[in-house]
Design a protein. Structure first.
Length: 360
């Protein structure tokens, strides 16, 4: 088969053949649309991020200038949170404070997906209620296995500050699935503790965990290089053995923190110190066991906790409110970031720390 050069030249002069024309044009259109979609998505993410950031900043502005005693308040003292009527009625105002998950006062900074920990939200709620002169009581809703020692102590102290800010205030704690270790520590500030029939509590003790990878590192050829100012500066270095002297040092710290926990249980629950010491070997208790041992006051449900609050305040019923974080977009980002299944694992393994934590 022969081809006429003049014919071929005339055909290309009029434009490339249809088959060759259509394919590049379709491909170019597809690439162009892909670029447009990508740019639009980038712009949307940027705009939403800016709006979310502004909403997050605005959410910490105080709603009013003065609290109990007329003193001016800062944003950290009186966080801007939306107040929602949850249940009940009457004139006596009570606020619910949820305490769920790992008790850590750390903010996870993931760019657009920065998250505020549940313990931080609980602390913000307590502070807001503390400086609202209309709030007479708190119902602490607990579903946590504990967490950091300092975070637990900060929340415990915040609850004491709430009660001491006005002489007629009361606190009720209600336990759900788990209220163990640091979560029980926080609950010791309550005037009355109600546990569901199926709750687990107790685990009064201190935990410190670390990983040692020395043997594995030697097998795969990794060598640790640490320059330190003293023998104990890199204590719990995962690439070095822990000496008996270092174990003794750490055990002394744990024992001190354990003694503090035991002392608070004995004081707040009005139990003999030696009796609490026998209970505080880290074991967990059912609701009935905890009631028999004096660690809680009642077995019941949410309605019983609400009734207990009313009884402590000397009224027939209470009007229960809850706080929600202001700023819908930022709250959405925080919720999305919280879906990370590795977050809690990474938080616990990021560094060795002393914990009031039930670790099954």
């Amino acid at each position: 088969m022969t081809t006429n050069p003049q014919q071929t030249h005339d055909e290309w002069a009029a434009g490339p053949p249809r088959a060759l024309r259509s394919r590049p044009r379709s491909s170019r259109k597809g690439c162009l649309w892909a670029v447009i979609v990508f740019l639009v998505l980038c712009i949307v993410v940027l705009v939403v991020g800016v709006i979310g950031s502004l909403a997050m900043r605005s959410s910490i502005k105080p709603r009013f200038k003065a609290g109990i005693g007329g003193r001016k308040l800062g944003a950290d003292e009186f966080p801007h949170m939306e107040e929602v009527w949850a249940s009940g009625g009457g004139e006596t105002k009570v606020v619910t404070v949820p305490l769920r998950g790992m008790i850590l006062l750390e903010e996870s900074n993931g760019g657009l997906f920065s998250t505020v920990s549940p313990a931080q939200i609980a602390l913000m709620s307590i502070k807001r209620a503390t400086h609202d002169p209309k709030v007479r009581g708190l119902i602490l809703e607990v579903d946590s296995g504990g967490g950091g020692i300092t975070a637990s102590d900060v929340l415990y102290k915040a609850l004491l500050d709430f009660r001491e800010a006005a002489p007629d205030r009361r606190i009720v704690a209600v336990f759900y699935d788990v209220a163990a270790s640091g979560a029980y520590y926080v609950s010791l500030a309550a005037d009355h503790i109600v546990a569901h029939p199926t709750s687990i509590t107790g685990s009064i003790g201190v935990l410190m965990q670390s990983l040692n990878a020395k043997s594995l590192a030697e097998k795969i050829g990794i060598k640790d290089v640490t320059i330190k100012s003293g023998e104990n500066k890199d204590m719990l270095n995962p690439f070095d053995e822990v000496s008996q002297e270092q174990v003794a040092l750490l055990q002394g710290m744990i024992d001190d923190m354990h003694d503090r926990f035991i002392g608070l249980v004995a004081d707040e629950r009005e139990l003999p110190l030696e009796q609490v010491r026998m209970l505080a070997d880290g074991r967990i208790y059912t609701s009935q066991q905890a009631l028999d041992l004096g660690l809680i006051d009642e077995i019941g449900y949410w309605e019983d906790a609400q009734a207990a609050a009313a009884g402590l305040l000397g009224v027939a019923q209470v009007k229960v409110y809850r706080y929600e974080q202001a700023g819908g977009l930022s709250a959405l980002f925080r919720s999305a970031a919280g879906l990370d299944p590795l977050r809690s694992v990474l938080e616990r393994s990021s560094r060795p720390r002393l914990m009031y934590l039930w670790q099954p």
